[in-house]
Design a protein around this ligand. Structure first.
Ligand SMILES: [Zn+2]
Length: 178
């Protein structure tokens, strides 16, 4: 008996149903032609008061100011902003302004595997930026990896996110200082 004589058969390999047509040595894996992407694949979180408890952070950013929370009990500064202090568990936090100019602590280039909405931007630079008393990661626009050095001066820029939600969204990025 020769198993390769089967005209049509279904094999099970590693838990995946694979249909073969007998006319080719290649397996055919069927995927839906259209899927509804879950919102979780969207890199940017929802920013309204109804959808996040740090909506004030986004409101401030939309107004042109990068902010974060400081605990009024123990004075701890956090980034990203919190709703409860990770140090002393107080929820008595206030929003404070962050400087918009900082310096590169580290950086790398993303060449593949970018999140949804960033696929067309590769390669792009991701930086870790020291900004006053906080350290955060973000896109570094208008920069080539080869031209950057640790310690380079960068400044914050605000971008608008055009996506599948019915409210305006913003986010922060950096770019080299002139
Ligand atoms: Zn605290």
């Amino acid at each position: 008996m020769n198993e390769h004589n089967d005209e049509n058969r279904t094999e099970r390999r590693g838990g995946t149903e694979i249909a073969t047509d007998g006319g080719s040595d290649r397996d055919v894996v069927e995927l839906p032609h259209q899927i509804e992407l879950p919102r979780l694949l969207d890199f940017y979180e929802l920013q309204t008061e109804e959808t996040t408890k740090i909506s004030e952070f986004y409101d401030n950013l939309a107004d042109g100011q990068l902010t974060t929370t400081r605990c009024t009990e123990c004075d701890e500064l956090h980034f990203p902003p919190r709703i409860v202090c990770p140090e002393c568990h107080s929820d008595d936090l206030e929003y404070v302004d962050l400087p918009h100019e900082g310096e590169l602590f580290a950086f790398s280039t993303v060449r593949a595997g970018a999140p949804m909405g960033m696929e067309d931007e590769v390669p792009f630079v991701l930086g870790i930026v020291d900004l006053g008393d906080v350290r955060l990661s973000a896109h570094v626009d208008n920069a080539e990896y080869e031209d950057l050095e640790i310690g380079d001066a960068v400044e914050m820029k605000i971008v608008e996110i055009d996506g599948p939600v019915d409210h305006e969204r913003v986010f922060y990025r950096f770019e080299p200082q002139e």
